[in-house]
Design a protein around this ligand. Sequence first.
Ligand code: ADP
Length: 458
Amino acid sequence: MDFRSLRVRLTLGIAAVSALGIGSVAIWTSSRTQHLLVAANKHHVAYLAERLPQDIEIYQQMMARSRAMQKAIDNRTTGTTLIWVEGEQGEILAQSDGLKVGTRDRALLSLGNIPLFPEVKSLNDRYWVMCQTPLIVQDRNLGELVLATDITEEQVMFQQLLWTLAGASIAAIGLMTIAIAFYVRRSLCPLEQMCQVAQNLSSEQFEREQLQFENAPTEVKQLAQTLDRTLLQLYQTWEQQRQFVSNVSHELRTPLTLVSGYLQSTLRRGKNLSEAQTEALGIAASEAERTIQLLSDLLDLARVDNHHLHFHLEPIVLNEAIAEIIEMARQTCDRDLEFYANETVSAIADFNRLKQVLINLIDNAVKYSQKEVVVSLECAGEQAKIEVRDRGWGIPLAQQSRIFERFYRVDEARSRSTGGTGLGLSIVKTLVEGMKGSVRVRSQPGEGSCFIILLPLV
Ligand code: ADP
């Protein structure tokens, strides 16, 4: 659980406040119930403490004081109320029958610290409302009158109620936390979706994910709608940019091919050109050639981006296909090109795209090394593995993951002198992935590079 996430914080915060609310209501309800239960008994005890001296006074007119005292006590004693009178030395002057020797509640007589006003006291798992008051009859202090009302039954009922209340509160808090977690998750869902869309955002992937925010809170909905509009504008801009690049490349390539053709033929046929003129024309021709290559690469990428590049995938015997491509590459370069394959390997591929990929990689290997270039073919599990190896400059580890990006070049100055465009490897990657394969590089600066292509076997 991530305690920094908005979802966890909101859930815990709302759950804590709800728990506090439910807890407070439960505590208030229980204390109020307890108060009401005890209050009635307290009133009864206080009433008896007030009435008993008057009863004794009445009985005294008919009998002796000690008998009058006992008579009044017997009269007011009930199944739950016990009364006794203590003399100055603590001796019992009169008492309810329930306090006599051998009775269950006799222990009450030895209880000390009995308050002046009715209060709850517990003794041997039983609860009593008790009070003690001087017994004054006709201005004479006859001793201490002690009253005790048994409230054990009410107290047990109250404790059961308390447990039920606590259980219900815990269950309510648990259910509420689950409901809150669910609600918060649902409310923040569009935020997570927006985050994912932003992470997956790329100019190469044109399909725009539609954000779902029908049930989201207003603020989140507004944010999602704003992001949705921004994304739409962004995708439209990218689309216009792609269209522009594609149109410009297309429009420039044709006249430039003409220019290049004229330059080549002038160079071939121009017998009376000075050395400086020949050199200038040579530079112009090679720059025109480089620009035509750049425009072709840009057109290829624009076709991929617009999903206009189609792959004709079919089973191919790679040994024959690669041998043919290498033969073709040998025509245009004077480097030693070797090809090794110990077994016959057939894969699902598009021959023309594979040719473009290998020519690109061989071209790079020739450009960025001075020694022989080796191409090898083998089976690697469920895939065909083609390696293009050179013993050249190599690529530093930090840059190996970036060389497949468009226009990325490791060493700008050195790469420019080799005449590249910085688009070759991104085309390689796009084409290989279009054939459901993958490409990666292994390289050691100063030792050389190895580009590995994996294609699905037949
Ligand atoms: P470029 O047209 O510049 O060759 P690429 O996309 O083909 O563009 O390659 C990108 C960069 O990766 C190059 O500029 C170069 O620095 C590096 N690179 C590619 N292939 C090799 C290789 N075989 N050896 C060393 N560096 C390479």
